[in-house]
Design a protein around this ligand. Structure first.
Ligand code: SAH
Length: 515
């Protein structure tokens, strides 16, 4: 018997540009997708969320010598779904606001392909908000309309009734109109809209390169032209534009729109990235460390047996990676957390303790002074002096701790689990931003991230000198200075939260100077 399995298509609105403005449902679909067809306006950063091996197709890119037509896009969606794939069609804003999402949905339904529409945050509303302009406002605007500014005389459905719209709604939002601002504003004035009506043109709304110009209706076309405003941009016409002065400061903290380089591993970057996003900043991921498993199976077998026999008094976890990899190795040996039953656990640093907790293990000792000496003092105070200690760790880890434990009478088994090494080179997109001087701040969370970044960037490292250099602690700061990037700020509390705090303070100071 043959089973025929049909795939599924999600038409996902990617939001106006800030990758944080996608919906949870959209993100879920992206993370599970086998194939993603994306548009030029969809936030490119969202593609980083796709799983490894997902096929990414640029539907806005030339195929042969032509951009993929709508018919080709529809056909591609149908074809991949028929092959049993989970397909995401990723669009900018909302898929049904001038996104041709309706046509795609029709084509899919016609072809009998199951399809889910995942709405998005449209630039037609959020784009205004990003500039501090509410689309409606009590006492100021009780209605709004969103219209296309592209005149397509052959397609009657695109025809905009300027003669009615000019005076019928309070707030008018014109998409796809930057090339036609002259004609549009002429039409509106000709049909009775007051030439002094305040207007704004917002380019690249919600993105770091966002720009806004303001002028009365009679002058906005010229103003936008003089400022060299380019697509994607939208025009907003109406009294609500006046509210901008009062409202715009609300949404923008000191880190808003700042591009911040994160140099730790991809796995560890997420907390810092999330905190930065919450501040309105744009994290740029450049992992300078890749974790490569390097465990000798025989040594792991021996350690596992000894652990199960409660032969160790203590296991000391040096990092989150050590926790993750060691527990994975145990599982591969049909063993689980119960193997630690007769053993005390020490975590170096709160993040390592949290990694243990996420695997259902409580650390008996959390060494908050994470230097080799600090850990040693804490362990000896806890009575590890004469014990058998297992130390699962990275290749080439420092000798301070095992040497100190041995000197105090402990028997130490060092178990190498992984190697942390820099990747051969920086991804082209990130490198280009660095070379163009677009990075506003660099974060270093360990001396190794500094050294590895220097190795990876080579001659391009000086391009970061104009950025704010933020280090998590004094050791990292020292390494940074040595590498030729003197630290601008050092976290008072050695944590990612502490790092974000000093970054905020620094940019607030910079703003103060700029004013
Ligand atoms: N479906 C999209 C709109 C697609 S039409 C949405 O809901 O947002 C494309 C037009 O949308 C552009 O020409 C521009 O007018 C507007 N647009 C999209 N993203 C924008 C952004 N980040 N800033 C300003 N305008 C944007």
């Amino acid at each position: 018997m043959t089973t025929h399995h049909t795939g599924h298509v999600w038409l996902v609105g990617g939001g106006p540009g800030d990758p944080g403005l996608v919906t949870q449902a959209g993100l879920d679909a992206l993370r599970r997708a086998d194939v993603v067809l994306y548009d030029r306006l969809a936030p490119a950063e969202l593609l980083d969320e796709c799983r490894e091996g997902a096929e990414l197709i640029d539907a806005g890119k030339a195929v042969g010598n032509q951009v993929m037509t709508q018919a080709q896009t529809n056909a591609s969606l149908v074809e991949h779904a028929r092959a049993g794939k989970r397909v995401v069609r990723l669009k900018g804003g909302d898929p049904f606001v001038f996104g041709r999402g309706g046509e795609e949905a029709e084509a899919l339904v016609e072809a009998g392909i199951p399809c889910t529409i995942v709405p998005g945050v449209t630039s037609a509303i959020a784009g205004l908000a990003a500039a501090g302009i509410p689309v409606t406002h009590r006492g100021v605007a009780a209605s709004f309309a969103v219209v296309t500014g592209t005149q397509a005389p052959t397609r009657t459905e695109d025809a905009v009734h300027w003669e009615h719209l000019a005076t019928a709604v309070d707030t008018l939002v014109v998409l796809m109109g930057v090339g036609n601002l002259d004609r549009i504003t002429d039409q509106l004035i000709a049909h009775g809209r007051d030439a002094e009506t305040p207007c704004a043109v917002i380019q690249a709304a919600t993105r770091p390169e966002q720009r806004v110009v303001e002028a009365p209706l009679r002058a906005i076309a010229q103003t936008a032209h003089d400022a060299q405003i380019e697509a994607p941009a939208l025009l907003v016409v109406g009294e609500v534009v006046r509210l901008r002065d009062r409202i715009a400061p609300a949404g923008r903290g000191p880190l808003a729109g700042k591009r911040v380089l994160i140099t730790r591993t991809r796995q560890q970057a997420s907390t810092l990235a999330e905190m930065l996003r919450a501040e309105g900043a744009r994290p740029v991921l450049l992992p300078t460390i890749e974790i490569e498993r390097r465990a000798d199976p025989a040594a792991v077998d021996a350690a596992t047996s000894a652990l199960r026999a409660s032969a160790f008094g203590w296991v000391v976890f040096t990092s989150e990676n050590a926790v993750e990899i060691f527990l994975d190795l145990l599982r591969e040996r049909d063993t689980d957390a119960r193997a630690f039953a007769g053993t005390q656990l020490c975590a170096i640093g709160a993040a390592t303790a949290a990694a243990l907790a996420s695997r259902g293990l409580r650390a008996d000792l959390v060494a908050s002074d994470t230097s080799g000496d600090g850990v040693l003092v804490a362990l000896l105070a806890a009575g590890a002096g004469g014990a058998a200690v297992l130390l699962p760790r990275a290749e080439g880890g420092r000798a301070v701790l095992p040497d100190g434990l041995r000197a105090a009478g402990a028997t130490v088994t060092e178990l190498t689990l992984y190697l942390s090494a820099p990747p051969a080179e920086a991804p082209a997109g990130v490198l280009a931003q660095i070379q163009a001087g677009q990075i506003d701040a660099v974060t270093f969370t360990a001396s190794s991230t500094v050294r590895n970044l220097a190795t990876m960037l080579g001659d391009d490292l000086p391009a970061l000198r104009g950025a704010v250099i933020a280090c998590i602690g004094p050791q990292t700061a020292e390494a940074s200075a040595e590498a030729g990037l003197p630290p601008t700020v050092v976290a008072r509390e050695a944590s990612v939260a502490g790092l974000v705090e000093v970054l905020r303070e620094q940019f607030a100071r910079n703003e103060g100077v700029a004013r």
